[in-house]
Design a protein around this ligand. Structure first.
Ligand SMILES: [Fe+2]
Ligand SMILES: [Fe+2]
Length: 208
């Protein structure tokens, strides 16, 4: 299979072997789960399942880097960041991961790289591939079911898929968790939530 922006030697076995030594066994299990769910959601959502699976395998490439290393790498890659990210460097693992994937694997597929970059905070707007990866990261099977069940219910994968509703539910649960644990909220998380709430309202108005 040849996809522009994905070098010929890159395939699922290749990215699996590249990822495994980069993360702990626990994280690798999460990565396996995200790749599986991403492929499943993509198939139902008319999105490329292979790209979604690749994104699942690669999304946490830099998740286990230390906060200060992520801030340093963001500077080196000239990734713009705010004070919140400087203070909570782990928020940069998506954007830094996308740059590392580009540099080390030669992947230049911009939509795939954006999906990797956006998987933690989301973005406005997001491509279908980005939405799939964001949701798959939330829905991976080792996450607690009181978190995943409402998102699965909103997504209604086996009926008429409702990505907007699932994005709102995932955002709401994420924001609630940040408030309950007294952690700062990145302004983009609020923008993403409001964006999908507006999209969901527009969709509901159309359907009624
Ligand atoms: Fe992540
Ligand atoms: Fe993840």
């Amino acid at each position: 299979m040849s996809i522009e922006g994905i070098p010929g030697q890159i395939n699922i076995d290749f990215v699996k072997a590249w990822m495994e030594p980069r993360v702990s066994a626990k994280r690798f299990k999460h990565v396996i789960g995200v790749a599986k769910v991403a492929s499943k959601i993509a198939a139902a959502y008319g999105c490329d399942s292979y790209l979604a699976e690749l994104g699942g395998w690669l999304h946490d490439a830099c998740k286990e880097e230390k906060d200060k290393v992520l801030v340093q790498k963001a500077r080196e890659f000239k990734i713009p960041f705010t004070q919140v990210e400087e203070q909570y460097g782990h928020l940069l693992h998506g954007p830094v991961g996308a740059c590392v994937v580009r540099e080390e694997l030669g992947i230049t597929h911009e939509e795939l790289l954006a999906a990797i970059a956006e998987h933690t905070l989301g973005n406005v707007p997001m491509s279908k591939l980005s939405e799939v990866l964001y949701l798959a990261d939330c829905l991976e099977e080792s996450r607690p079911s009181d978190y995943t069940a409402p998102i699965w219910a909103s997504l209604s994968l086996d009926d008429e898929i409702n990505v907007e509703k699932a994005m709102v539910t995932a955002s709401d649960l994420g924001l609630l968790h940040l408030m309950e644990t007294a952690r700062p909220i990145h302004p983009r998380a609020v923008e993403v939530r409001n964006h999908y709430l507006a999209k969901l309202r527009a969709r509901t108005d159309l359907e009624s």
